[in-house]
Design a protein around this ligand. Structure first.
Ligand code: FEO
Ligand code: CA
Ligand code: CA
Ligand code: CA
Length: 501
């Protein structure tokens, strides 16, 4: 595969200092505009933008580089801002509908005007995919006992991050489905999957690819093996959980377009064993062999569907290494190494987390052997804590946003970091691994899902859960985005401009 060459040059911005200001603070010369906030109308049908936006992904229009579609995940709902009070589990039917409607994702259309990007509510593409949308299952678990025979399920929720496919669709990942499914009283084996959507085509059936496993999916990152098979890297964002990759059976065909989606229906799912540097196959034979003569396990793992549905347990059984909450996984466009944000894990005293870098054997994503290094460690020396989503710029810098939980922000150990932030980390040269702060989040917010336009003149970014610790609506701890007439904070997607070439 051809690799990009980093453009290089000195850091193009003056890093900011940590702050606890209730705003998205940026370096001198940069500014942000709100593109869409919770509750905003996104189309002429009256669909509205969901709650707690996360992953964003920009799709440029083929014939107009000043126009595009933006996919945005909506991870979960905060009762006090959606219903005006905490409901505590005893939801009415209508409230459950509201919760499910405000999760999933939004497809919005954006256009460039006067140097910034704006929402086009007259879009013919803008629509919602929600916790109520009918979704097909693909792969071995489809129709199996492990999902109660379901071939189709209701909706997607707990959508954290995601990734782009090589055929210009998107994958959105169901993460903490357990907490929402309790509210919705839905079958938990129908959630915790990776979901494929085509933002341009609503006749493309939304689908959950069961071969990518069922766990607390953070995101996906897709690449090609040297022989042309499709490879998908994934993390399971849970304490002591594993890193996975799926390798398709068939090879990618660039002329097949969306037909390549079929490649995600047949292949092998692997789990990383860090002490041997090996990718171990999660096949029926391997799992049953590891089960030995344990009758309970042998009864549990009879089919590939059983293994995919109970992925974490099967992975540990065959020797997958438990790690410190693997969040985003991204392939460097410059040298094909893999970056994994291990956000933190207080079970092992890994309080600030770190970013791990994988080196696949022969730089081949299809390889079953790897080595790894700790690329950057969180803490006061580096200035960041709890790395989460990752993206690259054309200079070879890794951008990471942080996710220190709001309940910790005022505690002594996290005091030096101020609010959550966004950091830029060179991935080679003498500055490799050093972090520079580019943004600071509003009070109690997390920055999520950074996504550049192809020319890197603008960066879309989600501001999630501002003011989430507010005890009452009459005096919220944040009022971001401070829109005139508003009486509460609103999660929103912003666009940052001012990038220097
Ligand atoms: Fe929803 Fe792993 O963050
Ligand atoms: Ca995340
Ligand atoms: Ca997180
Ligand atoms: Ca979050």
């Amino acid at each position: 595969s051809k690799k990009k060459k980093p453009k290089k040059g000195p850091l193009k911005f003056q890093p900011i200092e940590p702050t606890d200001k209730d705003d998205l603070v940026l370096p001198k010369g940069y500014k942000y505009d709100v593109v869409a906030a919770y509750g905003d109308k996104i189309n002429l049908d009256g669909d509205t933008f969901g709650f707690n936006n996360d992953f964003t992904l920009f799709f440029q229009m083929e014939d107009d580089k000043n126009r595009g579609l933006l996919w945005v995940n909506h991870e979960y709902v905060d009762d006090k801002f959606v219903f005006g009070k905490q409901i505590d589990g005893d939801y009415s039917k209508q409230q459950i509908k509201t919760i499910l409607y405000n999760q999933g994702g939004s497809i919005i259309e954006v256009y460039k005007e006067k140097g910034t990007w704006k929402l086009d509510t007259s879009s013919k593409y803008a629509r919602r995919v929600t916790g109520l949308t009918p979704i097909a299952l693909t792969g071995p678990a489809r129709g199996s006992n492990a999902v109660n025979g379901a071939k189709r399920v209701q909706g997607t929720f707990a959508n954290c991050s995601g990734g782009k496919t090589l055929w210009n669709t998107l994958l959105t990942c169901e993460e903490n489905y357990e907490t929402t499914s309790e509210a919705a009283k839905l079958d938990p084996t129908h959630y915790g999957w990776v979901v494929e959507v085509d933002p341009f085509d609503d006749s493309f059936k939304v689908r959950k690819h069961t071969y990518l496993g069922r766990f607390n999916h953070e995101n996906t990152c897709m690449g090609l093996a040297k022989d042309g098979r499709v490879v998908v890297y994934m993390g399971d964002d849970k304490k002591d959980a594993c890193v996975y990759k799926f390798i398709s059976k068939g090879k990618y065909d660039k002329y097949a377009g969306k037909g390549n989606s079929k490649l995600l229906e047949e292949g092998t799912l692997y789990v990383a064993n860090f002490s041997e540097g090996e990718w171990l196959p999660l096949t029926v034979d391997a799992v049953r062999e590891a089960a030995g003569d344990d009758k309970e396990l042998l009864a549990k793992f009879q089919s590939q569907g059983d293994i995919l549905v109970n992925c974490h347990e099967a992975a540990l059984l065959i020797g997958g290494t438990p790690t410190d909450r693997p969040e985003d996984v991204e392939i460097s466009p410059f040298d094909s190494t893999i970056f994994i944000a291990h956000t933190n894990n207080d079970n092992h005293g890994n309080i600030h987390g770190h970013i791990t870098r994988f080196y696949e054997k022969d730089e081949d994503h299809g390889s079953l052997e790897f080595q790894f290094a700790i690329f950057a460690a969180g803490g006061i020396q580096s200035g960041f804590s709890a790395p989460d989503n990752l993206t690259f710029d054309e200079d070879g810098n890794l951008w990471t946003v942080t996710d220190i939980s709001s309940s910790k922000l005022n505690q002594k150990v996290w005091e030096p970091f101020g609010n959550n932030g966004m950091f830029v980390i060179p991935t080679d040269g003498k500055d490799e691994g050093n972090a520079y702060q580019f943004a600071s989040a509003p009070v109690e917010a997390e920055l999520t899902g950074p996504s550049f336009t192809p020319d890197e003149s603008a960066l879309f970014l989600s501001i999630q859960h501002p003011g989430e610790e507010s005890e009452s609506l009459s005096s919220p701890s944040s009022m971001w985005p401070h829109r005139p007439g508003d009486h509460m904070p609103r999660p929103a997607v912003v666009v940052i401009t001012g990038f220097k070439k």
